[in-house]
Design a protein around this ligand. Structure first.
Ligand code: PLP
Length: 339
């Protein structure tokens, strides 16, 4: 679809990539993408949608620069959450409300384990821990302190209640399209208190004032996000996405639970529906698994370099058939390499 219109978008004689971000043609695309995101995620009117640069990591800096006045709580459930906390600590006081490092980030904490501060400016959490394969299945009670959530690897995978969050952000490359774009959904009353030395591109007030066009936005990434949103709308929205993703995850975890050969890495009550992490009986067999899988066209199964093992990332774009093929391979591999 993208390749057909690559050179001539709607008869304009131009590719989207060639359009000026201020041209009528592009602005129409831009407005439609924003409206579709609002529709798909059911984003209330008191929230702004920003398209920013620097991926999710850029927001690790932008969030404290704009929101941290005195103190922020960080819930550290994985490597990206840890990075976000370390970055924020450069700009203000960071309190770790929970740190899962000792337990190798294999689970999501329970509400009663969170040591939340009463006077925090916000509570930061990572909704889905991409590397370790854990995911929040509840929104913590923070007694009015706004929740800031990194949803890079779970946004658009299920229905969420945006009004329960102060700010949601995501790098676009996992569930929203291609890299080069960070999407920020922010409650309007949180905008406007950036530290005076905040780089202009990371200021939420300027981003709001200029409708994400203080400088040239990542035009093509935004355009591709629009295509992804239309695809989701045509399928039946996030309700349908959620059902599909639940079935995919169930298929994989059932296979893991019914086979002694594999060891799942995440605790059962904390399992991610997007990133399924496990190991074979030895690192050598992990490597062999990844190699043999690739020979069958099952790609990208190597675990993250931080933890090794095997990881199946089953984002929105992965169909149920792909998961079933993987499960068939897992069963065969276990049989062939049984100890
Ligand atoms: C991938 C990822 C990031 C980093 O995203 P970039 O856009 O590359 O900065 C941050 N957080 C989570 C949860 C991720 O999965």
């Amino acid at each position: 679809m993208l390749s057909e219109e690559r050179y001539n978008y709607e008869g304009s004689g131009m590719a989207v990539m060639e359009m000026s971000h201020r041209s009528k043609g592009y602005l129409k695309i831009f407005e439609e993408v924003k409206a579709d995101l609002r529709k798909v995620m059911n984003i209330p009117e008191n929230y702004e949608i920003f398209f920013m640069h620097g991926g999710a990591t850029g927001q690790f800096s932008a969030i404290p620069l704009n929101l941290l006045k005195k103190k922020a709580d960080y819930i550290v459930t994985g490597n990206f959450a840890k990075k976000a906390a370390e970055e924020a600590a450069k700009y203000g006081e960071v309190h770790l409300a929970y740190n899962g490092k000792e337990e190798n980030y294999k689970r999501i904490p329970k509400q009663e384990e969170l040591k939340l501060s009463k006077d925090a400016d916000y509570v930061h959490l990572c909704a889905n821990n991409t590397i370790f394969g854990t995911e929040w299945d509840y929104i913590p009670e923070t007694n009015g302190v706004p929740i800031v959530a990194d949803m890079s690897s779970s946004i658009l995978s299920k229905e969420i209640d945006v009004s329960r969050y102060g700010l949601i952000y995501a790098g676009a490359q996992k569930n929203m399209g291609i890299s080069g774009l960070a999407v920020v959904i922010i409650r309007k009353d949180l905008i406007g208190e950036a530290k005076e030395y905040t780089p202009v591109l990371y200021r939420y007030d300027l981003t709001q004032k200029n409708d994400s066009m203080y400088n040239t936005p990542s035009t093509y990434s935004i355009y591709v996000l629009g295509k992804v949103l239309k695809w989701i709308l045509n399928l039946g929205g996030l309700k349908e996405m959620e059902q599909r993703n639940a079935l995919k995850a169930k298929t994989l975890y059932e296979c893991l639970d019914n086979c002694d050969f594999y060891t799942p890495l995440a605790k059962k009550d904390s399992r991610s529906r997007m990133n399924v992490t496990f190991t074979a009986p030895s690192p050598e067999l992990d490597a062999e698994f990844v190699k043999e899988a690739a020979e069958r066209g099952l790609l990208n199964l190597k675990g993250h370099r931080l933890i090794g093992g095997i990881r199946a990332s089953i984002y929105n774009a992965m169909p149920q058939e792909g998961v079933e093929e993987l499960v068939a391979f897992m069963k065969q591999f276990a049989k062939e390499h049984a100890l």
